[in-house]
Design a protein around this ligand. Structure first.
Ligand code: DGY
Length: 321
């Protein structure tokens, strides 16, 4: 067994902790849930590698606690907003993530939320389960149509492009807004037209958020921006909760200034803004974007490969810095 220490913060699909523990000092088996902060800070001391999840904050305090041995933080997620990447870079620590393997799963879920919010699937399901259904109702749960409508994608990375491709089956017109405009050939490939954000919000029937959380995207969907959207529009968030002002969305839904919302992510997970819980046409999911068995196994394999590559001095498959 090597003298180097690794820390896996949680039992994760696709991460062979027992095999890792045969090669490295790995301490007690990882817990089934998120590792409490105090335990994370205590167990990270002297670690060369950390394999963690988006619920683990890897900030200056944590890296300080790890000490100079730390060479890699391998995140079991594509988003790395839980990691102080700039701070890690300054300390010479590699940060890695798990892109690609979750693209389809997350784009599928974006479309599931779009359809569910458009057709009030969650509201109607709750109504049936509550025993409230007394018979077919020509006025009940009227939704908004999807086919042929305009889809606005904010953040045209791999997941955004996946959502655009899925929309072809619904003959939707696709608009997008992104940090960088795609070259004309890529725009043509996705049949997507670039718009500035305000124009996209005003023209779209469905707005799907696929941006990473950065200082520029935090609070992007504010009361003012919601005010630019159609009253019949649906907002879908498969990015990060902090991109959206939840109170503003709940208020817009309650006041009928937005038709529906499909939210997979929240500002203070797992807490949900109480107004959202009672908002009409809101589909609320517990951060399921990558939640297929295949995607999660592949994320674990990728996170393990990244960890081992960086520890062995090889180039990881998906470095962030
Ligand atoms: C990610 O990988 O960033 C997702 O949010 C996790 O499902």
């Amino acid at each position: 067994m090597e003298r180097r220490t690794i820390l896996v913060t949680r039992r994760l699909p696709g991460v062979p902790w027992e095999d890792l523990a045969k090669r490295f000092r790995a301490g007690d088996p990882p817990p089934a849930g998120t590792m409490p902060r105090e335990e994370f800070l205590a167990r990270v001391r002297g670690a060369s590698g950390i394999l963690c999840t988006l619920a683990d904050r890897v900030d200056a305090e944590l890296m300080e606690a790890a000490g100079p041995s730390l060479v890699v933080v391998s995140n079991f997620a594509v988003g790395v907003n839980n990691v102080d990447v700039a701070g890690a870079t300054r300390r010479g620590i590699r940060v890695c993530n798990t892109p690609d393997v979750l693209t389809d799963a997350t784009a599928d879920l974006g479309f599931a939320l779009l359809l569910s919010a458009a057709r009030k699937v969650s509201d109607a399901d709750r109504f049936v389960r509550a025993g409230s259904w007394t018979g077919w109702d020509p006025w009940g749960f009227l939704g908004v149509p999807v086919a042929g409508k305009t889809l606005g994608i904010v953040g045209m990375g791999k997941i955004g492009a996946g959502v655009a491709r899925r929309s072809r089956g619904f003959s939707m017109k696709v608009l997008y807004h992104s940090r960088r405009r795609m070259p004309p050939s890529e725009e043509a490939g996705l049949a997507a037209s670039y718009r500035d954000l305000d124009a996209l919000l005003a023209e779209s029937d469905f707005v799907v958020l696929c941006v990473p959380l950065t200082p520029e995207t935090r609070g992007l969907i504010s009361t003012e921006r919601l005010g630019r959207m159609k009253r019949t529009a649906v907002l879908v968030n498969i990015a990060r909760g902090e991109v959206v002002d939840e109170e503003a969305v709940a208020t817009a839904l309650a006041e009928g200034r937005l038709f529906g919302a499909g939210l997979d992510v929240f500002e203070k997970e797992p807490r949900i803004h109480p107004k959202l819980l009672s908002a009409p046409s809101a589909v609320l999911l517990p951060h399921l974007g990558s939640a297929t068995g295949e995607a999660r196994e592949a994320m674990g394999r990728r996170a393990t490969e990244n960890l081992l590559a960086a520890l062995d001095g090889r180039e990881p498959a998906s470095p962030v810095n």
